[in-house]
Design a protein around this ligand. Structure first.
Ligand SMILES: Cc1ncc(COP(=O)(O)O)c(C=O)c1O
Length: 383
């Protein structure tokens, strides 16, 4: 059996939406993008949703909106993709890495508090694998210390914390619609916020910093006149991507349900042993189940995690690792002097985790094959 790590869930609906858009003659940002933004706000309950070209662009513009300056500090978990921290470097500001909770992979709120200095402007909690971070604790620290909370929700939606949808919790929330994400548009991103001024600023910055209706300057009825108010970016979404997004938004709950079933099947079969540990899920949070991260005890096996991945690959199963913590990468080490000993929880989690296939369309038979294969590799290589 061949089971890739990921397959997008694309149906005739997406194909129809994209064809409609292509036939409409409006290919770049336009009516479909705005429809997608409205649908996203309706879905999440966020007052403002601004579509951009990627999750990275969303994070970058969120930091522009708060006016990040050179020398400022932004706290970021070490267990994330480089995009979360790289955007801080765009400003010659300092990404201050925080350790995580080793059972959920989410940032440790008490670690955030210890890292705050007079130069700290914001924290970017990452909802690892789709499970929201401890937002009560993080918001409490942020309000007390007067710093912004910009959530990296690249692994959501849909997810919620104490019944509140991700997208309506912090000051701004940044989503990614990259090909492997729970809502996929090939590429794309969204910033949600309750702050109208920030939303307006991000709308301008995503299209070169030119005045509001510049997107329709080539349309009949659109004006040729525009004004550049600041140096912005080419970070707009296209209507072709928005067409995919609109269609995916409609089945977001159904897709989550399918991933949840797979996650529960994995957990039921793989937990309860000392050697295999799924990530912990907190009861007051609802996860998008974007990733299924399994911890494999390296002490209990005669092969390491890389060996485990190889063995699964030999059985036709694609897996991945989320993530190689940032403090291990040459750039963050050499530029900021981070060391592994500063992040004991992330180190402990990192050395044992693999991400298993989890996507709508992965059948029960395929899920069982993954389970059997893991058990087989584990028992053949147990010490
Ligand atoms: C946690 C996290 N943040 C940000 C991003 C960046 O998103 P994008 O690829 O849409 O720029 C990713 C993408 O993999 C991610 O996993």
């Amino acid at each position: 059996m061949e089971i890739p790590f990921h397959k997008p869930y694309i149906t005739d609906d997406e194909v129809g939406q994209v064809l409609d858009t292509v036939r409409s003659g409006w290919l770049t940002m336009g009516p479909k993008t705005f429809l997608f933004e409205r649908g996203f706000s309706q879905y999440t309950g966020a007052p403002h949703s601004v579509a951009v070209s990627s999750g990275t662009a969303a994070l970058h513009l969120a930091l522009r909106a708060i006016g990040l300056k050179p020398g400022d500090e932004v706290i970021v978990p070490t267990m994330t993709f480089t995009a979360t921290a790289e955007v801080v470097c765009y400003f010659d500001a300092l990404p201050v890495l925080a350790d995580i909770e080793s059972d959920t992979g989410n940032v440790d709120a008490s670690a955030i508090e210890k890292l705050i200095t007079p130069r700290t402007r914001a924290v970017i909690p990452v909802h690892y694998g789709g499970q929201p971070c401890d937002m009560d604790a993080i918001l409490d620290i942020a309000r007390r210390k007067n710093i912004y909370v910009i959530e990296d929700a690249a692994h959501c939606p849909p997810a919620s914390y104490r019944g509140k949808p991700v997208g309506t919790i912090g000051d701004m929330t940044c989503f990614s619609f990259y090909a492997t994400k729970p809502l996929c548009a090939g590429e794309g991103g969204m910033v949600t916020t309750g702050n109208e001024e920030w939303a307006e600023r991000i709308r301008m910055l995503r299209l070169h910093g030119i005045s509001r209706d510049a997107w329709k300057r080539y349309a009949t009825g659109g004006s040729w006149y525009y004004e550049v108010t600041e140096a912005g970016y080419k970070y707009n979404l296209t209507d072709i991507q928005a067409a995919l997004g609109i269609s995916q938004l409609r089945k977001l709950d159904a897709m989550r349900e399918m991933r949840k079933c797979i996650a529960e099947r994995y957990t039921e079969a793989l937990s309860g042993t000392e050697t295999l540990t799924p990530l912990a899920l907190r009861p007051e949070r609802s996860s998008s189940h974007h990733l299924y991260v399994l911890g494999i005890d390296p002490e209990a096996h005669d092969i390491d995690r890389a060996g485990f991945i190889e063995e699964l690959g030999r059985r036709g199963i694609g897996t991945s690792v989320h993530f190689i913590p940032l403090h291990r990468h040459p750039f963050y080490r050499s530029t900021f002097g981070y060391e592994s000993s500063d992040f004991p929880a992330a180190e402990r989690l990192y050395e044992r985790i693999i991400s298993l296939p989890i996507y709508p369309g992965l059948s029960a038979r395929e899920t069982d094959y993954v389970i059997e294969s893991i058990k087989d590799v584990s028992s053949k290589h147990s010490k």
